[in-house]
Design a protein around this ligand. Structure first.
Ligand code: SF4
Length: 292
């Protein structure tokens, strides 16, 4: 496979056919993200993409899902996406769902008709990645979008019948914005009510502006129980109007949670109250086991 640089995918795509169709991320400005620093965003040539699809299709493995990497594939022109998705499905009759990362700008650039067309072709899930629901935090981290536009984008994806998966980042507001970040993030997730929502925890990567702010003392990360308090506040404020599967089982987190909301919200909040009150670090994942 012609994999260039860091090829990342959501945890839920671990068993998917991973086809790298772009290198890097069209935005590449988030202060915490070191994945594509120094990499210019570009579309790989179609012949290489198709060669990879041919190779992956020849594996003796019954793929039912495919994921198109890298960071923001939904930004690609409609015809390009349709050609790639069409080729994957032509070569793999068993593929039921194709997924991509799509940032808010990329989603909003698509018309409802284009999203519906992609859904019809086989695009089954978009991973949006809002990080926070707080406007000031989003400004500070250079996310490139604000809550009202994120909500608009989320509604557009779900309106096209495409599954929506959101990720938010514990700790991204620092100690200063911790409470506001968690409250507004929970509230925005509730308004969106995505099919899936995951909380990850900030990891300070040496090649990022956030790391430098941390070193200089401008940015202070909440401690482990501060991060768990954020998780609790997010869930408390997350009043979903439809079923949402919430997880915090990413490798970066101190406490893995899997819950169906709204049904299991009360139970999870009680568990978090108990763990936070106990202050017992032995319940949490040890530092050396955390990763991105
Ligand atoms: S949009 Fe995603 S991949 Fe791109 S810089 Fe931000 S976090 Fe990284």
């Amino acid at each position: 496979m012609d994999y260039v640089g860091h090829v990342i995918r959501p945890p839920s795509e671990a068993y998917s056919m991973i086809i790298q169709v772009t290198v890097g991320c069209s935005h590449n400005q988030c202060t915490f993200c070191g994945t594509y620093k120094g990499e210019s965003f570009r579309l790989k040539d179609m012949a290489t993409i198709k060669r990879d699809i041919d190779e992956a299709s020849s594996y003796d493995y019954p793929f039912t899902k495919a994921f198109l990497a890298d960071g923001d594939v939904l930004i690609l022109p409609q015809e390009t996406l349709l050609e790639i998705i069409g080729y994957i499905r032509k070569k793999n009759r068993r593929i039921e769902r194709i997924g991509v990362y799509g940032n808010t700008k990329a989603i909003l650039k698509k018309t409802p008709a284009e999203l519906a067309e992609l859904k019809g072709a086989g695009l089954g899930i978009v991973y949006q990645g809002i990080e926070s629901g707080n406007r000031e935090v989003l400004r500070r981290i250079h996310k490139g979008a604000f809550p009202h536009r994120m909500l608009e984008a989320a509604e557009k994806v779900m309106g096209a019948g495409i599954l929506l998966s959101q990720t938010v980042l514990l700790g991204i507001g620092g100690t200063e914005m911790s409470e506001a970040h968690a409250t507004d993030t929970g509230s925005l997730l509730g308004k969106m009510s995505p099919d899936y929502a995951s909380a990850l925890t900030v990891m300070l990567l040496p090649n990022t502006p956030l790391y430098r702010d941390h070193r200089s003392g401008v940015f202070k990360l909440p401690d482990k129980f501060g991060l768990l308090s954020e998780l609790r506040t997010i869930l408390r404020n997350m009043d979903v109007y439809r079923r949402c599967f919430f997880t915090s089982n990413h490798a970066s987190n101190y406490l893995p949670i899997r819950a169906t909301l709204p049904q299991e919200k009360k139970l999870v909040l009680e568990m978090l109250d108990h763990i936070i009150e106990s202050g017992d670090e032995r319940i949490l994942k040890p530092e050396y086991m955390r990763a991105l």
